[in-house]
Structure formats: C-alpha cells, structure tokens
Design a protein around this ligand. Structure first.
Ligand code: UDP
Length: 315
C-alpha cells in the first residue's frame, strides 16, 4: 500500500510511519515542521519506500503518484502550542483537512482523520462515549483546537456522505511516549523533564483533574485497525485507566525514585476537569484495547528523554 501522511514528523505521525514501513508499505510523509521534527524521521530518510516533503497542508499538496490511504494527522496538539498559534491550528483543521480529503477523493483512497477527546470539551458525561456531543466553549482559548477538530469531523462526514470517501475518525485521548517534544508543555514531558532535572513537579490547579494516558504503540495499533475498518462514525482511542494529575505526579515520583517536590500553579482556562474514554466501541469493532502499562511506557519515555538530553543523566 502507498500512504500519504500529514503531520508525519510529529510524535504520533513518526511512529505511524515506522509501523507502515516495517510492514513493507510505502510512505510519503508531509510536515511543515512547525512542531514536528525532521529528527523523528531521520532513521527512515534513506529507506527506498520513504519520501519526506516539507510542506504546509493548508496549501496545495505537492505529492505525486497514486495513494491507497491518506492520513490527516497534521495539527498543533499541545495546549501551549495551539494557544501560541491559534490561527494555524484552525487552518490545519479546516483547509488542511479539506486538502487531504480532496487527495483521498481524487485517488479513491481511504482517509483517516486524527480527531481528539477535546471534541467533548469539559465533559458533562463521564466516561465519554462517542455518542456524547460534548461541552465545548466555542470562544474560549482552547476553542481554536476543539472547534477546528469538530469542524474537521463534520467535513470528513460530509465528504463521506457526498462523495462516498471511505473515511475514519479517531478521537484520540492523551497519548505519550518517545518523540514527544520535551518542551511542548504537556504534562508527561513537563513532569519527566522536571524529574530528570530534580526540579519540582508543577501541578496546575489542585491536581484533582483527571486524564488517562495511552502509550503511543497502542495508539498506533488502534489507528491502523480503524483505518482498515468500515466504521465511518468517530471511535475513541485511548487508555481507560484514569488518574488525577496528582496521582500521576505520584507515579512519576515512584518511577524516578526521588523525593521530588510538588508545586501548585494556576489552572489554565477551560482545562477539562475529567477525561476518560469509554472504549467499548473500539473493543467490539476493532478488537483493540491498550496493552502497555503506565510504568512500562513511562520507562521507555524516560529512556528516550535521557538519550535526547544527555545532560539529564548527570543531573
Ligand atoms: N498539567 C499540569 N502541569 C503541567 C502541565 C499540565 O498539572 O506542567 C495539567 C493540565 O492542566 C491538564 C493535564 O495536566 O489538566 C493534562 O495537560 P496536557 O497539557 O498534557 O493535555 P490536555 O489533556 O490538557 O490537552
């Protein structure tokens, strides 16, 4: 199979490239490198089935040849980054999604949209099932991300209904693992960076808000299974094991074997109070559920961060 992947130099995109190349497929990887890193793909660049094109998917897409599967993963994904680039975030969800859908339509290819648990906003239903319509502040700071993904879902369904494109929509919950950017502001790299430097863990708010963390290899497996299925409506992909942020900080302390301090900082605007996926649909349709335990996934991630910044090992 031949794949076109936007956001391929990002955290999830680069792991997806690895899996597809490993199984013998060929990949054309697109990224504008705003947050993605060429280093995430460096090991693939000499591969004969892999091509990287630096481009912005909100502009006409330069990729040539036939495609069987189009993946639209391009987006700023961390709150710190989408708050710094709200217009680009809205554009990658709107014109970026449209351009990638047009490629899929032209080639008769399958299409997968990486959507998000943020479609549920600050949810009033818990855990979140795909049938829940969400509780999103349409003009809040996070709306650039939430609403662009909600629009992207609507556009994807419209291309399916109007043109018969074989579309899939993955609602991705918090995911972590190697190749996250150490400074992207999300809680996993933030706490690990702080722990590796022996600095206090910064808990926003009182730390009672919850998240559930899925290891990237589990997520990529879910994405591949979903892309091969005939389900057109959104499917949650995430780990249903829920932790408060304070409990997560405790897990980091246990893992890093240190007496790290915790400091409390203000909770960002519109920060969702709780989040946990109901994954019954993914289990039933795709036979999928996460397998990697938090301690094991965190260990792999720490190892990666240590290699990235050797100074950490000494501190
Ligand atoms: N968070 C925190 N300390 C940090 C970074 C994040 O307490 O240094 C909290 C954040 O307020 C949120 C949760 O951790 O409640 C997850 O944040 P993240 O940015 O990773 O992703 P989100 O799920 O909010 O998109």
């Amino acid at each position: 199979m031949r794949h076109l992947i936007s956001g391929a130099a990002g955290f999830i995109g680069s792991h997806l490239c690895d899996r597809l190349i490993e199984r013998g497929d060929s990949v054309v990887a697109l990224d504008n490198l705003i947050t993605g890193s060429r280093g995430n793909l460096a090991h693939l660049e000499a591969h004969r089935d892999f091509v990287f094109i630096e481009c912005d998917v909100t502009q006409p897409i330069p990729a040539e040849g036939r495609f069987d599967q189009v993946w639209h993963l391009a987006s700023l994904a961390s709150p710190k980054e989408y708050l710094a680039h709200p217009i680009e975030t809205l554009e990658s969800g709107s014109s970026g999604t449209r351009n990638m859908l047009e490629v899929a339509l032209y080639h008769g290819a399958r299409f997968l949209l990486s959507s998000t648990s943020e479609c549920y906003g600050d949810p009033l239903e818990h855990p979140q099932r795909e049938t829940y319509w969400g509780h999103v502040n349409p003009v809040g700071l996070r709306s650039c991300y939430d609403e662009s993904k909600r629009y992207a879902e609507a556009l994807t369904m419209a291309y399916h209904r109007t043109h018969g494109v074989r579309t899939s929509i993955a609602r991705i919950f918090n995911t972590y693992g190697p190749r996250m950017a150490l400074n992207d502001g999300r809680v996993v790299p933030a706490f690990l960076d702080q722990a590796l430097r022996g600095r206090p863990l910064t808990i926003f708010g009182d730390g009672t808000q919850t998240r559930s963390f899925c290891y990237v290899s589990d997520l990529v497996e879910g994405l591949i299974r979903l892309s091969e299925s005939d389900e057109r409506y959104p499917v949650n992909l995430g780990n249903p094991s829920e932790l408060t942020i304070r409990e997560f900080a405790e897990a980091i302390r246990r893992l890093m074997g240190s007496d790290l301090e915790m400091v409390f900082e203000p909770l960002p605007d519109d920060d969702p109070r709780k989040r946990r996926p109901d994954i019954s649909k993914a289990k039933q349709l795709l036979g999928w559920e996460p397998r990697v335990k938090l301690e094991d996934g965190l260990r792999e991630t720490v190892e990666y961060f240590r290699q990235q910044a050797p100074a950490h090992s000494a501190s």
